[in-house]
Design a protein around this ligand. Structure first.
Ligand SMILES: Cc1cc2nc3c(=O)[nH]c(=O)nc-3n(C[C@H](O)[C@H](O)[C@H](O)COP(=O)(O)OP(=O)(O)OC[C@H]3O[C@@H](n4cnc5c(N)ncnc54)[C@H](O)[C@@H]3O)c2cc1C
Length: 380
């Protein structure tokens, strides 16, 4: 006898979106998180492409949004910057301390049982052990983020992580509606850095594809880009930057979001994939739980075919080219060739690519841009 049709472990964007979808479909759902307060601490630069809300059928609320984004700036501190204004650069900087709890509250209002301050300790087939009790379920959604806790419980592959460190600084950007991304040997290798403008603060951070202490790199970056202001918060965390785990379905356990390694391996953006996965996994569970022999593997198959599945393959290729270009100093050479260039139409891009110091760098960057165009529509 099941307490619940499904138990969802983790009430981040992935788990809450799964709970909303499953509860709306009439399933009995427990949404469990070890945090006492959902969304705290924040471990995110909070950038999100605007397309994701319509893709998952969620009505965006004004209070979730700190700032609107209309453009992307890419460059190297103190040298060249490219300013890209296009439809696919439109998005938002969320307020995750508002957004994450709001999603879990929507899940509750749809009928899910939200249990906070409670860690899932182990899983044994259809039994989920908490500190003081054991719950029964038909299926489990692992939405536990990058920590790998659920994978370890069931002997599944654990996601491979990079790492990010960030200051939230009370300061204004000279580009108040642009995401700024910085690359080059002078920034970090292997990694990248960013400045994401919020309403009254900036998320200034640095990410690395391998585990390392980022504090000195971040301090140097803040100095080099000339951001001055009071640090109001320091945060950071693991980022799954090395692609999905091989099997995202293990018997009755479905991995979604960061727990599946679905974060974009170029940008580190994982909120869109997390929300998409949550919806997809619960839709499939709602159908399969009606069957005598449920086929949970359908989630894996449908994900592979999805916009995020196909984008992941392209993004992993871009990551390889990005790391190689970084090592060879291509970004420093390229951005060293100009100061500030606007790209608002295709012909601008061709003009600027011609500023590449040689044909090799030109074709490399053109190829990377083409490969990343689709993933970039949803996952940054
Ligand atoms: C520095 C940094 C900057 C980032 N910037 C961006 C950005 O700008 N845009 C973007 O899209 N993404 C960004 N990301 C990535 C983004 O934060 C994640 O991809 C996103 O939060 C994934 O959502 P999720 O629901 O899968 O996991 P999470 O948000 O990590 O939620 C997992 C939840 O599971 C809970 N949990 C874990 N184990 C257990 C357990 N055993 N029992 C109970 N509960 C458990 C945790 O408490 C947590 O609340 C950034 C990440 C970092 C570290």
């Amino acid at each position: 006898m099941s307490n619940y049709d499904i138990i969802i472990i983790g009430a981040g964007p992935a788990g809450s979106m799964a709970a909303i979808t499953a509860a709306k479909k009439g399933l009995s759902v427990a949404l469990i998180d070890r945090r006492n307060r959902i969304g705290y601490p924040k471990q995110c630069a909070e950038g999100i492409n605007k397309n994701i809300f319509s893709l998952v059928g969620l009505k965006k609320q004004d209070e979730w949004i700190s700032n609107k984004i209309d453009s992307l700036i890419g460059g190297t501190p103190g040298k060249g910057k490219l300013y890209l204004k296009a439809k696919r650069s439109e998005g938002y900087i969320l307020e995750r301390k508002v957004f994450d709890p709001a999603l879990s509250e929507i899940a509750e209002s749809c009928g899910a049982n939200l249990i906070t301050g409670t860690e899932v300790l182990s899983i044994n087939k259809e039994r989920v052990k908490l500190k003081n009790k054991t719950l029964n379920t038909k299926a489990i959604i692992a939405a536990n983020g990058p920590s790998g806790s659920v994978a370890r419980m069931i002997g599944a592959e654990v996601v491979k992580n990079g790492i990010g460190l960030q200051y939230e600084i009370k300061a204004k950007s000279e580009f108040p509606h642009s995401l700024q991304a910085y690359f080059g040997l002078n920034v970090i290798n292997p990694g990248w850095a960013w400045i994401f403008p919020k309403a009254d603060t900036l998320n200034v951070g640095i990410g690395s594809f391998k585990m390392m202490n980022l504090k000195s790199h971040l301090d140097k970056f803040v100095k080099n880009v000339g951001v001055k202001g009071k640090i109001v918060e320091t945060n950071g965390g693991l980022i799954p930057l090395h692609g999905p785990i091989k099997e995202i379905v293990h018997k009755n356990v479905l991995f979604i979001g960061d727990a599946a390694g679905h974060t974009n391996p170029v940008s580190g953006g994982g909120i869109p994939a997390a929300m998409y996965d949550g919806k997809l996994a619960s839709e499939i569970l709602a159908e399969e739980l009606l069957e005598k022999k449920p086929n949970f593997k359908r989630y894996e198959q449908e994900w592979e075919k999805s916009i995020f599945g196909s984008s992941m393959k392209k993004s992993l290729k871009v990551q390889k080219l990005y790391l190689d270009s970084l090592n060879k100093g291509y970004f420093d050479k390229f951005f060293g060739n100009f100061e500030f260039e606007e790209v608002t139409k295709r012909s601008d891009l061709l003009r600027i690519l011609k500023k590449a110091p040689n044909l090799k760098i030109l074709t490399r960057f053109a190829h990377m841009g083409k490969l990343f165009a689709k993933p970039y529509e949803y996952a940054w």
